[in-house]
Each structure stands twice: as C-alpha cells, then as structure tokens.
Design a protein around this ligand. Structure first.
Ligand SMILES: [Fe+2]
Ligand SMILES: [Fe+2]
Length: 248
C-alpha cells in the first residue's frame, strides 16, 4: 500500500493579521458606496473577525457632492450597526469616524468644527486622485497644531506621486502617518499602486495598514492574499512597525 505523504486531511486555517484594529473600511451601512445593508455589514464584520480583527473604526466616505456625510448621518449609521452587532452577538468593538476627502466640503466641515475624528484625535484624510493639493502641507501643519493626528489614506494610490516620491518623505517628516491598503499589496489596484506600496515599505514610510473593504468580495480578496506566500514573507518585516492598535 502506498501512503500519500504531505496530504493534510484538515483544511488549512486562514492566516490572521498580527494587529487587532482595522482603521479603514466602508462597513457602515447605507452612507457611501460600501455596504448597502445591515446584513452585508454583518457579513463584512464576520470576515474581519476571521482575519483576526477585533476592533473596527468605521471610515465611510465624506466627499463633496457624492457622499456629503455629517456627524449626524455617521452617528445614525453607527447606532444602527452597533445594535445589529449586539443582536448578532458579535464580539467586535466598533468606533466610527470618516475617510475625509480634502475638498471644498471638507473645508466647510472643518471650519464649522463638524468633523468626527477617530479616538485619540486621529483623522483619515484622502488626497485628490487627480492632482496634489497645493495647500496640503499647510493643512497638515494646521491639523497637527490643533492636536489632530493626520493619517494619509492609501498614499500608494495617488499616481502623481510615482514620479515625485520626495513628496512622500516631506509629508511623512511632517508627522503625517501613512496608511497602505492591503488591497494594494494584493495587487487589486494594479501594478503602479503595488509598486509604490513596496517602495514606501522599503523606505520605512508605512505606519498603518487598512482593509479599505467596501464589500464581502474585497474581504475575500484580502483573506486570499493573507494566505499567500507573499504575505508570509512580508509579515515579519511589518510587525513592530505597524501601529494600527495605537488608535485609542
Ligand atoms: Fe479612499
Ligand atoms: Fe476608503
């Protein structure tokens, strides 16, 4: 009788993340183009837990014209989801803030004192995808002087930085934290974003990782990536550097 070596009858366990806090996701239901229902949000939270996440900061979009969220709309979405999580008996801690696009609507909210920061006054900010804002350095300086801790969402995705990577170093040296998307590392946003993400990693410019998940499908792509050899190689280089759990 031949024995088949190396075959493990037990299915391989999913690989879990080494940190507990996902600080960038679109799981709050019905306030942007992420989750469209409470049921979908619950499925996404279960996928987060399967990855080892036990704290989630909900960061729905706030952008001019498309998703003009307010402290009220965000609080309402949070309360709805929190109740559903309790009913479902999920052991996951929820907080909420927003992914603020720096545009005229942001200016309005910021000037009116109507922004919702994360715990510890962290703020997730998204640059324009078309061109870098002329006033971004001043804004980051102003935020820091008011005690906010700005985080630049997915710096690897702004294609105008591909040729001007010194801007990354400038912004980071001003104290701006950089958050790279797991989806970018997985190649979901194309080779350019992935290449940029690796460049940032090699230059010690990555402080946080985010799922940026908008759907259950995104969660599956991330889980698949976490189970890959590539992630197994990368993870030891990231541990000790990623400060997601500092958001308190
Ligand atoms: Fe974004
Ligand atoms: Fe996002």
């Amino acid at each position: 009788m031949f024995k088949i070596f190396g075959r493990n009858k037990q299915q391989k366990e999913n690989v879990k993340l080494f940190y507990k806090t996902d600080m960038h996701c679109h799981i709050m239901p019905g306030v942007d183009h992420g989750s469209q229902s409470v049921e979908e949000s619950i499925e996404m939270l279960k996928a987060e837990m399967a990855m080892g996440i036990s704290r989630v900061i909900l960061t729905s979009h706030t952008t001019a014209e498309t998703f003009e969220n307010t402290p009220e709309t965000l609080a309402e979405g949070y309360e709805i989801l929190k109740q559903a999580v309790e009913e479902e008996g999920l052991n996951i801690e929820l907080h909420y803030s927003s992914e603020y696009r720096i545009d005229e609507y942001w200016d309005q909210l910021y000037n009116e004192g109507r922004i919702v920061p994360m715990p510890g006054k962290f703020l997730l900010l998204e640059n324009s995808f078309v061109q870098e804002l002329i006033s971004i350095d001043e804004l980051m300086f102003d935020l820091s002087s008011k005690g906010y801790k700005p985080i630049l969402a997915h710096p690897e995705r702004y294609s105008y930085y591909h040729q001007r990577r010194t801007r990354y170093q400038k912004l980071h040296s001003m104290g701006v934290k950089f958050q790279v998307n797991l989806l970018s590392l997985a190649g979901y946003f194309g080779g350019g974003a992935r290449e940029n993400a690796y460049w940032l990693l090699e230059h010690n410019l990555v402080d946080m990782l985010g799922s940026d998940m908008h759907s259950v499908e995104h969660a599956q792509i991330i889980q698949h990536y976490l189970n890959s050899k590539e992630w197994a190689k990368l993870q030891p280089r990231l541990e000790g550097r990623i400060v997601n759990d500092m958001i308190k």
